[in-house]
Design a binder for this molecule. Structure first.
Ligand SMILES: [Zn+2]
Length: 197
């Protein structure tokens, strides 16, 4: 992932901006805090800073959230306090793929926050989940402050495929591996979020 220097300056006043613009080090993996903060700022910008959810730093399993205590390997949107939570081990899992994989998860949960805030597609089915994947893909393409390169895109697609499931009769079903891969890929190549509806 690379910082889009020009637009980042406008968006966020954090100390994550590097001074050496053309140094390869910028293309190195970002710290999770920087990924979370930058995705959050970029997506809030896309939505015109409306209905912004809170996004917390990663929480260890058992830690407190606005909903139930955090469980292992989880990321979720909590309606009760309009906040996004992710567990520390889920962050580690994402980094098996790379920093862009974490951006995908943050985008997915932000999409759930928007589904809730604007009242679209809230039936909690795998259709809701696939739409969140697609919107996350669109966010990653559209955020003005982060540039996702080809390697990032492969990380995102690999994670999407790996977290697909075949429990099609379960309420927890999020879509099969091919469906999740397709959803995020459609989003990443879309020029408008309507591609996800
Ligand atoms: Zn979801």
């Amino acid at each position: 992932m690379k910082i889009n220097i020009v637009k980042t300056l406008v968006l966020i006043s954090t100390p994550i901006i590097s001074f050496i613009i053309n140094n390869e080090s910028i293309a190195q993996e970002w710290h999770p805090d920087a990924v979370i903060q930058s995705m959050y700022a970029g997506v809030a910008y896309i939505h015109g800073y409306k209905a912004i959810p809170r996004v917390y730093r990663p929480i260890p399993p058992g830690g407190r959230t606005g909903c139930a205590p955090m469980i292992a390997m989880n990321a979720f949107y909590c309606k009760l306090d309009h906040s996004i939570y992710i567990s520390t081990d889920m962050v580690k899992f994402a980094y098996r793929y790379g920093d862009a994989a974490l951006a995908y998860i943050i985008g997915h949960e932000y999409a759930h926050a928007m589904q809730n805030a604007y009242g679209f597609n809230q039936n909690n089915s795998h259709i809701t989940e696939l739409q969140a994947d697609c919107l996350s893909g669109f966010y990653m393409k559209a955020v003005p402050n982060i540039v996702f390169d080809q390697r990032d895109i492969r990380e995102i697609q690999a994670l999407a495929y790996s977290i697909g499931d075949h429990n099609v009769w379960s309420r927890q079903h999020h879509g099969t591996p091919p469906q999740r891969l397709k959803a995020v890929t459609i989003g990443m190549s879309a020029s408008h979020p309507s591609a996800c509806f």
